[in-house]
Design a protein around this ligand. Structure first.
Ligand SMILES: *[C@@H]1O[C@H](CO)[C@@H](O)[C@H](O)[C@H]1NC(C)=O
Ligand SMILES: *[C@@H]1O[C@H](CO)[C@@H](O)[C@H](O)[C@H]1NC(C)=O
Ligand SMILES: *[C@@H]1O[C@H](CO)[C@@H](O)[C@H](O)[C@H]1NC(C)=O
Length: 387
């Protein structure tokens, strides 16, 4: 509580120059945030995709999906006041997509650009934080403390500020949400966010990036749709797509609102952006432990460099700041509880995880009202980190 008040006070000082009290400072913060024109669209000139028959997409080559009946519409009984508010920030747009009956699948760039090895399981870049033996990874995140009375979780959500940290060929820098269950060699993990990852994309753009595994990164799983698993249903928005706008330090902010949530009737894990754009889902069948929900959620930044190298910037490259135009941030940090209801995370049940304070950090900011919910700021310049 003291920490919280301290933050409120420092906000008052930084924004008002006076101690205006808790209520006013929140309104003040609210006003500052609302004033900004949030843009939320993907790039439309990025045409690196193929339109594939919806019933012939890669997912159906998965041995466990031979008899899978495609689910065209989820039945997500999610109650959210936030999503309707969020719509007021949406920029209406029309982008190029696929004709009826077809879905867009991101093209994998030519093999000489992509290091195929980087897509293989067991390679460094896909190791989880708990496989500590692998150096070169850094995390600045918040995760759910266990045991938590609202388990199992049936989803996680956040609005994530989009940046473009500069990375070298053998590095990556991401901001994402993890939804997991199982442990050690049985770990099931779903990850969604943005990533700059030249090894898999062949460029330095910030791209909508997902990952899944059902056996702790060993034999199953991959990025996006690079292996059978994810079922795409949206005709335009797709995994691997680049963003039209990138937040500018001291300027305009661009965000993506991500919701990963389980459909109660099918058990499939749906990916929804901006509250109503249903991209597709990871079928229940491909997992061993996520079928009945998740027991672990995590939100934040993740970087990787080849061991003994220099670590890339995380987020905007700046350490956490109360000034939302400086460091990268997460807002509306939410989860879907045991009765499939969306709710704000319980701040006291979240644990901060920062692997190297010299390079990165994460700072919980405050509850910024209904529109922005719980917020944290994270990131850092990277450099010569210890681990
Ligand atoms: C959708 O979910 C609701 C609430 O769980 C349920 O009553 C309804 O039957 C479901 N509809 C379908 C089509 O599965
Ligand atoms: C990404 O940026 C780095 C640093 O500027 C550069 O060395 C590298 O060639 C770029 N990679 C690609 C694939 O464009
Ligand atoms: C936030 O940071 C930007 C960029 O440094 C600066 O221009 C702006 O004045 C700062 N805003 C506040 C309220 O301190």
């Amino acid at each position: 509580m003291d920490f919280f008040l301290f933050l409120i006070l420092s906000l008052c000082l930084s924004y008002n120059g006076v101690d205006a009290g808790r209520e006013i400072s929140m309104n003040q913060q609210h006003r500052i945030l609302s004033k900004n024109n949030f843009n939320t669209v993907f790039a439309t000139d990025d045409d690196d995709f193929d339109c594939v028959d919806i019933y012939k997409q890669p997912a159906f080559q998965h041995p466990l999906l031979k008899n899978h009946k495609i689910q065209m519409h989820p039945n997500l009984s999610i109650e959210s006041t936030a999503s309707s508010i969020r719509k007021t920030f949406r920029l209406q747009h029309h982008d190029e997509g696929c004709p009826p009956g077809k879905v867009p699948i991101q093209r994998i760039k030519s093999k000489n650009v992509i290091d195929a090895e980087f897509m293989l399981p067991r390679h460094a870049d896909v190791f989880h934080q708990f496989t500590k033996e692998f150096p070169g990874q850094h995390f600045a995140t918040m995760y759910t403390r266990a045991p938590y009375s609202f388990m199992p979780y049936h989803g996680a959500r956040a609005t994530v500020d989009i940046h473009n940290p500069s990375v070298e060929m053998n590095q990556f820098s991401m901001a994402q949400i993890w939804v997991q269950n199982g442990h050690s060699s049985d770990l099931n993990s779903l990850q969604v966010g943005w990533g700059v990852h030249p090894r898999i994309y062949g460029d330095n753009l910030t791209r909508f990036t997902t990952y899944w595994t059902a056996d702790n990164y060993q034999k199953t799983g991959c990025y996006n749709m690079m292996c059978p698993g994810f079922v795409q249903v949206h005709p335009t928005k797709r995994l691997g797509q680049s963003f039209k706008g990138i937040s500018i330090i001291g300027g305009e902010q661009w965000v993506i609102d991500i919701l990963i949530s389980q459909d109660k009737s099918t058990g499939n894990w749906w990916l929804t952006i901006y509250g109503d754009e249903k991209i597709g889902y990871w079928p229940k069948e491909i997992f061993t432990h996520l079928g009945d929900g998740a027991n672990y959620l995590e939100y934040g930044g993740w970087t990787y460099n080849s061991p003994s190298g220099i670590s890339p910037p995380m987020g905007s490259g700046k350490f956490p700041s109360n000034n939302y135009t400086v460091a990268c941030w997460f807002a509306q940090i939410r989860y879907v509880n045991e009765v499939y209801r969306e709710d704000d995370v319980h701040r006291l049940n979240m644990v901060k995880y920062n692997t190297d304070a010299n390079c990165y950090d994460l700072k919980y900011l405050f509850y910024a009202g209904k529109i922005f919910g719980h917020t944290f700021s994270f990131g850092g310049p990277g450099g010569n980190c210890i681990t």
